[in-house]
Design a protein around this ligand. Sequence first.
Ligand code: SF4
Length: 86
Amino acid sequence: MSFIEKLKQRTAAVGTSVKKNVVRRIASTEVISTRLEICNSCEHLFKPTNQCTQCGCFIEAKVRLKGSSCPIDKWSREVDEETKSN
Ligand code: SF4
């Protein structure tokens, strides 16, 4: 196997691993939708930039991360079986 072929193989493997890690960290559609509903009616949402004034996060990104949570406990992180065992 040539160096280039080995490099392609390794690059593909790393790409697959990165993709799996990113997908694993994304919350479910239901959770995202519930969080968005809560944030959109929250008094701490700064609508011009869609940022939370409590943590400074951009809501569109924040609600999508499984492990994120509201700084004043209006919603919490999504816990799945994999996370529970850690
Ligand atoms: S993360 Fe919490 S405090 Fe921030 S906008 Fe959403 S509900 Fe409000």
